[in-house]
Design a binder for this molecule. Structure first.
Ligand SMILES: [Zn+2]
Length: 404
């Protein structure tokens, strides 16, 4: 166990878990040299098809179709939300229609099925949870074709390498499949790794970590997903609130000579700096944080708790009224324009969409023991984590929560 990082109830930031050393499963993507979206508004009608090995995959055909549709709807909702600066977002007009698979089908969803040609081009397939592969690209019209493959639970194509949740698809009633689908579709839409938290390069492997499924169920992750706004921090319809105080640790351990990841409750060491700064009068052994946006103000709630959660207390840090927050924006999509293209006016690279990378605001913490307010600067990140910067007892803390 060389490295441990806690995830502290960041419902949507599973990407907070970090690993040291090499995780044997690859990112799972073969995108060639191009990460352009497969489809753009210029050619908005897209046909997709679904094939499934129902005996081995772990879900039925109708479940697979429903997950595919929900994945597509998830992204289209995001892209429509990116319109509104006087022009449509470059992916906002896509229409997807299901058909039976033909050579002309634009996007093929393969649940546990792969053909020999595809297999010969995908090494280590038994170690990949999922891949998205663009097989053709028309540079003039900037339109691609390809497939998404998701591995089955059992049968000859079942994963043999990594340590993952057993019966991941059937035991989650498709929730994990949906999360994987959303990630892979993100690649189809041209989102590169680490552009948003769902596109973290380790995302697919991470959500399959044994034990995390319970966490997703406990936190009602599925409904969070329906309300989730990928591009805005803390301004989803739902503010990702949770009452639990919990800490989780993913550690890397050796099992049968293989490096695997193990999830456990993580209890941090006693910390007097946090007690003193936040005015908490019991011994803090874990904390969780929730970011939000209410009545025009950004909010960070940090809940401190004891070991068995018998005691807990939430400290609210709210944006100071009439003080503007600093939003660090970045482009969601970077599209490389081939020389041959006839879609967009002649530039080399085009940027689209606005992602909030971080939001920084001033706030204060009330210490009820000493009856004082302490100024802080809160920064909330796209992955739903947050830092609290402050000065305390003559020391500057870039993130005082890091004293945990
Ligand atoms: Zn990926």
């Amino acid at each position: 166990m060389k490295y441990i990082k806690s995830i502290l109830f960041l419902v949507l930031s599973i990407t907070q878990i970090s690993f040291a050393g090499g995780w044997v499963v690859g990112g799972g993507e073969i995108m060639g040299d191009a990460v352009n979206p497969w489809f753009l508004n210029n050619n908005p009608d897209i046909k997709y098809c679904v094939v499934i090995d129902e005996a081995n995959f772990g879900l039925s055909r109708s479940e697979a179709e429903s997950i595919t549709k929900r994945g597509i709807d998830f992204w289209m909702r995001q892209f429509k939300g990116q319109s509104g600066w006087g022009q449509d977002f470059i992916l906002s007009k896509l229409n997807f229609a299901l058909e039976s698979c033909k050579p002309t089908t634009d996007l093929k969803l393969q649940f546990g099925l792969i053909d020999l040609k595809q297999m010969s081009q995908l090494p280590d397939l038994d170690r990949k949870v999922a891949v998205s592969v663009r097989t053709d690209y028309d540079r003039v019209n900037m339109r691609g074709k390809g497939f998404i493959y998701i591995s089955p639970e059992k049968g000859p194509l079942a994963l043999s390498g990594p340590q993952i949740e057993t019966k991941a698809w059937s035991s989650s009633k498709g929730l994990l499949t949906l999360m994987v689908m959303i990630h892979e579709l993100g690649h189809v839409f041209g989102l590169s790794h680490n552009s948003v938290s769902l596109m973290d390069e380790n995302y697919v492997e991470m959500i399959m970590t044994p034990g995390l499924l319970k966490f997703f169920k406990d936190t009602n992750f599925e409904s969070e997903l329906e309300n989730y706004d990928v591009f805005k921090i803390a301004r989803s319809a739902s503010n990702l609130k949770t009452e639990m105080c919990m800490g989780m640790v993913v550690s890397e351990v050796l099992r049968n000579g293989k490096k695997v990841h193990q999830l456990s409750n993580g209890i941090g060491p006693r910390t007097s700096v946090l007690n003193a700064f936040f005015g908490i009068d019991f011994e803090i052994s874990c904390y969780g944080q929730t970011i939000g946006f209410e009545n025009g103000k950004y909010i960070l709630d940090v809940t401190f708790g004891t070991n068995k959660y018998s005691q807990k207390e939430t400290v609210r840090m709210e944006q100071i009224i009439d003080d503007s927050a600093y939003r660090h924006l970045t482009a969601m999509l970077k599209i490389f324009l081939p020389k041959e293209q006839k879609v967009l006016p002649g530039v080399n690279t085009a940027y689209y969409g606005k992602i909030e990378k971080s939001v920084t605001f001033r706030s204060k913490v009330y210490d009820k023991i000493n009856n004082v307010y302490r100024p802080v600067i809160v920064t909330m990140y796209n992955d739903r984590s947050a830092t609290v910067t402050t000065e305390f007892q003559g020391k500057i803390y870039a993130d005082i929560l890091g004293q945990m």
